[in-house]
Write a protein that binds this ligand. Sequence first.
Ligand code: C2E
Ligand code: MG
Ligand code: MG
Length: 339
Amino acid sequence: KPFDLAGVHTHVSASVGIARSDHDCGSVDALLRRADIAMHAAKKLGRSRYVWFDGSMERELRSRNATEAGLRRGIPEGEFLPYFEQQIDLVSGSLHGFEMLARWQHPERGLVLPEEFIPVAEECGLIGDLSMSVMRQAFEEARGWDPQLTLSVNISPSQLKDPWLAQKLLKLLVETGFSAERLEVEITESSLFENLGLAQSIIGSLKNQGIRIALDDFGTGYSSLAHLRALPFDRIKIDRSFVSSINDNPESAAIVTAITRLAESLHLAVTAEGIEDELIEARLRSIGSYKGQGWMFGRPLPADAVRRLLAERNLLPVRRGEEPQRRRMNNRDRTRRTR
Ligand code: C2E
Ligand code: MG
Ligand code: MG
């Protein structure tokens, strides 16, 4: 019950974790540890509640800790790499640019997808370092592509709480020689809740440098019209869950149409993500003008595969004095070459 404390009306709340000693639990220490894990689960669920321990919590914690240790080791080791997904202008059919998607080239597990490591990197405060490392590699790579081609990068909510984000990004652009006009930053609405003022100021600085801003995964979150008005977006990206089901689900088709009309009235460009086959593309063409991405155009590719694809299409200019492959030759390549 709320009570008065030194004249202030207040209340105490508790998060409780409960573990049982009769389940293969060898010691008091182990029992307390399990109760503690359950208590953290209670806090994560929104506090002021009790949660019983179960074995899956311990496994989840172990895997999360392993991921965190892997991030701390792997970021400086350069295990996190940019992959690139094609973005196509559906009106002309031409290649417009690429979205950079992070991948973890794990020494034992092979290629790990971002859904596994991005949330952990956010939780333990490593997302900034991870993002800068992957973006640096991507900018260095994209600098060698045809200058018409754009690059989109994802920025996570916790990065938009960093007042230095705009400065860090601009420094990276200067250091890598990649032009701000070719860069698009994708943010999701969840970035805007905690501190809209700070997000507005960061986005304002990025826009002033010529960087474009896209609102990613539109339709899945709050889809707030106030956000569309409060921030100078250049583009809305319709979430792939609506696009990929557009021919199977009338509600999806209605939502895609409604978002498209909304974007048109606000003079915003639209990207449809999740175009998995030609029927989806045809349906989209009947609704509006889009930039599109999806498996129909290709899966995300590593840098060398992108280079081959661009070379085949004459989109890999070799500028005098800065031949792209040689410029980025790393130590391992050097030894290989001298051998
Ligand atoms: P996103 O930005 O919405 O990226 C699109 C995701 O959809 C990618 O998954 C892509 O591989 C997948 N996709 C593309 N085409 C299709 C399709 O036709 N069908 C289906 N079913 N899926 C398709 P991915 O690479 O696993 O990335 C997942 C999410 O991880 C991204 O969603 C983005 O939010 C986040 N992410 C990736 N890289 C970074 C990064 O460097 N920084 C941050 N902060 N987030 C990142
Ligand atoms: Mg994205
Ligand atoms: Mg998306």
